[in-house]
Design a protein around this ligand. Sequence first.
Ligand code: HEM
Length: 228
Amino acid sequence: MTEVTAVVPQGGSKIIIHPATVRVTHWLNALAMLVMIMSGWRIYNSEPIFPFRFPVELTLGGSYDGSVDIHNEDGLAGALQWHFAGMWLLAINGLVYVSYGIVSGHFRRTLFPVGPAAFLRDAVAALRLRLPHRLGTYNAVQKTLYLGVLAAGVIMVLSGLAIWKPGQLQELAWLLGGFEAARVIHFIGMAVIVLFLAVHIALVIIVPKTLPAMITGRSVIDQAARRE
Ligand code: HEM
């Protein structure tokens, strides 16, 4: 679906910025990610790789009955159920988004081209607060962040599969350096996604006009700005 002029108010056009498929899959993905991260933290807490645990209040799992150490075993079964439910939503939704992105040309139009020179130029402009945001057009920093988080998503699915079925998927586990290495890769992927989310949400707060457009799909665009 390409941008469509809907209404023409004074000095601007009301156009579709984000196609419905992108919006629906984006918000389903945000929900799935939240479930995956919070339940993943509870699963991690039951057998930490590093010398810390996540605050249990930020995690998702079964309720505590007080009979077991809440930082350890309690809620693990529930957390695993949440994690697998989130996994199916994430995988199916991700497949729909990626297929749509490739087939419709959405990725080609909005995420490419991008390279180190453009990234550096836009990153410097952003740091000097001189990077204008035009709705419907991603700058090179955004393109890089979105492509990066898509790559992190693929790594998460692969490392998650290797941890889930290390026996059946021996080759995959071997490719990732074995079960323990796959766990560390899965953890690093999570950290990258959480970092992306922090930057992503900070950018939405800095440029709030992007949010309604990602919900309704439409926004009034200044014609002069679009001709730039
Ligand atoms: C509460 C959480 C979130 C909010 C408020 C949010 C908000 C937004 C907004 C407003 C845009 C449009 C940006 C623009 O027009 O310049 C956007 C795009 C995008 N967001 Fe999010 N987002 C959230 C969670 C996530 C998560 C969890 C991911 C992935 C891990 C994600 C990945 C993306 C991607 C890839 C795009 C580009 C979509 C495309 O055009 O294909 N977002 N988000």
